[in-house]
Ligand binder design. Sequence first.
Ligand code: C5P
Length: 290
Amino acid sequence: MLPSPVTELAPAKINLALHVTGQRADGYHLLDSIVTFADIGDRLHFSASGEDVFSLSGRFSETLATEAGSNLVIRARDGLRSLLAAAGFETPPVAIHLEKNLPVASGIGGGSADAAAALRGLLRFWQAELPPADLARLALSLGADVPMCLQGTPLIARGIGEDLTPLPDLPRLALALGNPLCSVSTPQVFARLASKQNMPLPPLENGDWIRILPTLRNDLEAPARELAPQIGELSVLLDGEGSLLTRMSGSGATCFGVFASRAEADRAAARLQALKPAWYFQATTTVSGA
Ligand code: C5P
């Protein structure tokens, strides 16, 4: 019997705070990050096929089309297939379709979220299982942010992103996301950091998030603004819409504003879109940790 089609959402990843606390000998940076996930994202479809196929559609698919062969989704498929084959599972050919709804190289997961969704979706499609430690190792080999995207619920990420602690009491947040659609290179942003030894996150046992989050920062924001001054402009615009907290996610250029309600986030996104038609704006509600 042919495997049944499967669809998997690849939710956008939001770094509510990101502190760079050190650097490993191999050049990767040590982070302390509070991470949550949006209710929007790319979408992956898996269906039975005579041979492996990969196709793309969606608003942001063109930027990826030229490098489709090296796409992280393909690397996830191939890595997972070899682990599953070694464990004795059948992994018949699969047609994977990626609906690219999120801006590429924008600090909200993108490729990492797609890779994680490919792992989740293909395990369902092939009706297979792997020991969690093997899956986590494969995820990390695909990228530092893939393990957190595999989890998909609010968490603190430490190390380079492999040491994950769930944050079940992080509330849902209404956000307006914005991106000036200038892609910034993650390695270039890290390279411009003034200091690689910044304060780690304080202890976060008590769930007074509205008080705690504004005391935290994204250390990558200053170097990213040097590369893309539009990030500063975007932050001012979000503040002007009444954002309670405005920050950049990941290495940028996506910024978010936290709003008191989803209706206010929707209004802010719509107003800013009218003001900046060439930029990306989208309201979203983040997932609950419980
Ligand atoms: O792991 P990933 O491929 O997503 O990372 C892209 C680049 O970002 C790395 O090659 C590295 O230059 C930089 N990076 C880093 N420290 C991290 C994560 C990424 O220096 N924790």
